[in-house]
Design a protein around this ligand. Sequence first.
Ligand code: SF4
Length: 92
Amino acid sequence: MVGRPTGPPARTTRPQGHDEREDNTMKITVDRDRCVGAGMCAMTAGEVFEQHEDDGRVVLLLTEPPERCADDVEEAEQLCPSRAITVDPAAS
Ligand code: SF4
């Protein structure tokens, strides 16, 4: 006998409170000419920064990341040895 699953279908769970329309509270710019490819930004805020596979310099993934990224982005700005990251907190 081939049984059929009983009960409600499986559901994919999502984190409570997750909303794709999160508020953006900052605007980020990067100066790739200043970047020395140290990678601190990608290690600190990997959702926002990555390193280009060819030259290792910064690639900005999100110019206006959600609020939940704010602490990591600010830390990346402070850790960047070449001051290539600028965060404008007034953008909205
Ligand atoms: S931390 Fe600064 S120097 Fe290092 S990859 Fe990021 S932007 Fe470039």
